[in-house]
Design a protein. Sequence first.
Length: 202
Amino acid sequence: MKRLTNRCGLIVFVLMFLSFHSAINAQSLKPNPFKPTITISGTSTLHDWESVVETPKGEYVFDEKTIKSLTINIPVVSIKSKQEEKLMDKKTYEALNSDKNPNIIFQLTEPATPMMNGSDAQVTLTGNLTIAGVTKKISIKSSGKKSSSGSYLFSGVVPLKMSDFKIKPPVAMLGLIKTGDAISIKFDVTIPQQSLLALYKE
């Protein structure tokens, strides 16, 4: 009887331990929302142009030392010209077919591990970028710098061609103003230090 009681006690302990471990693990894999700063720039026959993304959204899952998942969502209609040119914005939405494809989405497809070197960090993010309904696999190299608050500011620039996504560069004023095919997407993302703590234990 005593042996049976001990065995039951051991089973209960194991079940409690597994439940606790599962709860901790689930908590660590909880998606972390973030708001990146994103600008899109390019050229035209009139002047260089730059647009900002007003309401980008993102979330990531960090497991131990690895970014397991990361998603960035850019609502097309939140792309606004810095020059406050409404015609430019309208032509942008038309070129991206915003009614049918309202969002630009980047989805991480391969786990990524930031490489830490003192207050500097480097990471390469490989995933699928979907623009105007066309998806391409890209790799984004990003460098990070530790701030005075302890968080890391990661920055990077993604060069793209609109034609790669079957986008016809916008034209205005009966063809007098034409935008160039090449664009650059610049981003800044702040990651709290606690998300990277495991990397400091090496």
